[in-house]
Design a protein. Structure first.
Length: 181
């Protein structure tokens, strides 16, 4: 499959997940795009659930990552400060486990749209929020996520080829959403 986005064509077969994927290049970002989209839909009265990631830098320059529960606004720290000279991955698996509980509650609440900020390295290796991704895909809920191109093969294996790949634009997300109605 080409790395270019294909036109938004939401799945209409009831046995196919309604999944939109915003693929982005290594070093790219979808956090602001997904947050804007969630906010816009919520302003229109759409029930949006799931998790958005918010990334920043600690004073020592190390990454700081939080997941924000869309429904409550609560934040879950998913990174640990390993110090300025560390080159190890800073993801805190305990924080990710906490985030998974929020995501499971969001799936159970059956929102109009479920956002899982991104399929990342942990999920590509079978951990992280992978189980919740699978639950979400089998739930029948429309799911929107981001995907780093480096994890595309693992994602496509997990999703069994399902998903509408969208350009990383507000318009592409709006068009996909309208197509579900």
């Amino acid at each position: 499959m080409s790395s270019k986005a294909r036109p938004a064509r939401p799945s209409t077969r009831p046995d196919q997940p309604r999944l939109a994927v915003v693929a982005y290049p290594e070093g790219g970002d979808v956090e602001a795009l997904l947050a804007r989209f969630a906010s816009s839909l919520r302003e229109q009265g759409v029930a949006v659930g799931g998790l958005l990631q918010r990334s920043s830098r600690d004073p020592n320059g190390r990454p700081r990552m939080e997941m924000v529960d869309i429904a409550s606004g609560e934040t879950i720290l998913i990174s640990q400060n390993l110090g300025g000279k560390s080159s190890a991955c800073c993801v805190d698996v305990a924080g990710v486990a906490d985030a998974s509980a929020y995501l499971r509650r969001a799936i159970a609440a059956r929102p109009d749209l479920l956002i899982i900020n991104k399929f990342s390295g942990l999920e590509a290796k079978g951990g992280g929020l992978r189980a919740e991704f699978l639950d979400a895909l089998s739930s029948g809920l429309p799911v929107l996520t981001g995907l780093s191109e480096r994890n595309r093969a693992a994602f496509e294996e997990m999703a069994e080829g399902a998903g509408d790949y969208l350009d990383a634009t507000d318009e592409a997300l709006r068009d996909w959403w309208r197509g579900l109605e």
